[in-house]
Design a protein around this ligand. Sequence first.
Ligand code: ZN
Length: 262
Amino acid sequence: MSDDAHKVPAVTESAFNCPHCDAFAHQSWFPLLAARGGADQWTPYEQNSSISKASQRFVEDRGKSNLADDVLDGKAVLENHTITSSLQPIHNVWASRCSHCQELAVWVNKKMVYPSATLGIRPNQDLPDDIKSIFEEARQVAPISARSAAALLRLCIERLCVFLGEKGKSLYDDIASLVKKGLPLDVQKMLDYVRVTGNDAVHPGKLDEGDSKEDVNTLFKLVNFIADQTISKQQQIDNLYDSLPENVRSGIERRDQDKSCK
Ligand SMILES: [Zn+2]
């Protein structure tokens, strides 16, 4: 399926590609009190509205009650009064049900929180924060656009090379330089593969969806592998050294000082 034909799930839609079965299907929306769900075409938000239909009744209490403020700020809130028998409303939380597979998706305000809409492995936690956040962005867009994810992951590798002291102008030159400094040759082989797919990936239509998702998975692994071999390895060595008893460490430092004095 081309990206054009893929309708991204959203709180303003009554039909989209299901996050479970991927079929383009009608979606029924329910406030979490499903018994109170509206007609077939009910959606939580009007088009272009910043306040959900259910939150409208809190507008005049804005600034006067914490409940009204929290609801209007889009927080998931359990309202402390019952509306039918023992049921209580939870504001800004919805469920959508797929008419094709009958599976539910759960939303907090405008964001789908279940099922998880990310793809790919988690980033190496030793990566610098800015690279980690680009990596996470790639995981979020990967299910929708493999090409976008691949572009973000190549940016991660570029930033990582700069972080490791390279020039950041040519990925290939930077990796070649890192290999000379001790990075395994396999990284260069993986990068050769990624360069080829990378060139293809910027020209839409050359890769089919299946292939590009595999390329993206290779890129996720490559970023983490480079981080493992450089940042994490060094940190492990540092931690090992720091775990030595104080007297041993000061002995080593004295020895090193003696050497440098000679
Ligand atoms: Zn479905």
